[in-house]
Design a protein around this ligand. Structure first.
Ligand SMILES: [Zn+2]
Ligand SMILES: [Zn+2]
Length: 314
């Protein structure tokens, strides 16, 4: 099951690490200050998902690539319009004369619209952008698919949904057969929906379809991260479409309800509004994140109380 850890302390900005258990694979959502993020974790990040490039979400990008250079790996960076130019500018602001061209490769995926993703590559030591191609999906690897919504925060702010791939499990207890390589053949037939495929078990041949009842499809876990956004219906329509029914969602709740006029001015959300939209999405678990830095621990407690009251309302 995918897990997320908030790596920023209360007075810091925001950075969330997403882990695929038993794989050593990590993804990072936003690059705010993150005292709890270790060098080892940074070195196993294979993709970075940036919501938007306000400084509180992007200032620690330098700290991230400082520990990635030299890995020889390809790291994907997804983000809103112009993310490729902003990453290029950051990298070009340092001197790289001692760095080998194979030290790292960044692949940048610029989200132009729901259907248009531009892919660029950036390599040391010159870091000149090369447009590789355009594609109509954002991110997929062997573990997850990543869906997204482009929210309004007076600039595009991308909210990401990590969808673990469905898995198929074998119900050994009800089978009555001994396990063997036929189990994986059956799973393959199930996934490809080839019910006629012949499966041999203990010298008897069966039709795969007659054995499908021994398998269960387990829906992949869905984990969302919704950063800065205005608390308005335009955004909520998109949030409902992408995040409805998700297992767990982290959502920006920057202001207390008593400060909601600031939320409106700054295209942010506030405690009960974020709790309410999570209630409407019927997500199983919701977590308020990214509080104004002027708030104390008791302000944070106030945000959490208002958030969960709205979230748990019938
Ligand atoms: Zn922002
Ligand atoms: Zn922010």
């Amino acid at each position: 099951m995918i897990q997320a850890e908030i790596k920023s302390l209360l007075k810091e900005d925001i950075s969330i690490l997403i882990k695929i258990p038993n794989s050593g694979k990590h993804y990072l959502c936003d690059c705010g200050e993150a005292s709890l993020l270790t060098v080892k974790e940074v070195q196993s990040i294979s993709a970075i998902f940036i919501s938007h490039t306000h400084i509180d979400h992007f200032s620690n990008f330098d700290g991230i690539f400082r520990h990635q250079i030299g890995s020889g790996e390809k790291v994907v960076i997804c983000g809103p319009k112009n993310i490729h130019q902003q990453v290029e500018s950051r990298l070009k602001s340092y001197t790289w004369n001692l760095i080998d061209e194979k030290a790292i490769e960044y692949e940048i995926r610029e989200i132009v619209s729901e259907e248009e993703i531009n892919i660029y590559t950036l390599r040391p030591p010159h870091w000149n952008l090369e447009l590789a191609k355009a594609q109509n999906f954002l991110f997929e690897d062997e573990y997850v698919n990543v869906d997204f919504a482009i929210l309004d925060h007076k600039t595009d702010s991308i909210a990401y949904l990590f969808k673990e791939k469905d898995s198929v499990s074998f119900n050994e207890n009800i089978s009555g057969f001994r396990k063997g390589k036929w189990v994986s053949e059956l799973k393959t037939a199930f996934e490809n929906n080839t019910a006629d495929k012949e499966i041999e078990i203990e010298e008897t041949v069966y039709k795969a379809g007659d054995l499908f009842h021994l398998l269960t499809r387990n829906a992949g876990y869905k984990l969302g991260v919704i950063m800065d956004h205005a608390a308005d219906e335009g955004n909520y329509k998109k949030i409902r479409t992408v995040f409805g029914g998700a297992d767990k969602v982290y959502i920006e709740s920057f202001y207390k309800d008593t400060d909601q006029e600031f939320a409106k001015i700054n295209y942010h959300s506030f405690a009960s509004a974020s709790g309410q939209i999570m209630n409407e999405c019927q997500v199983k678990e919701a977590v308020p994140i990214h509080f104004s830095r002027r708030y104390t621990e008791s302000d944070q407690a106030e945000i959490e109380t208002a958030f969960y009251k709205a979230f748990h309302k019938n």
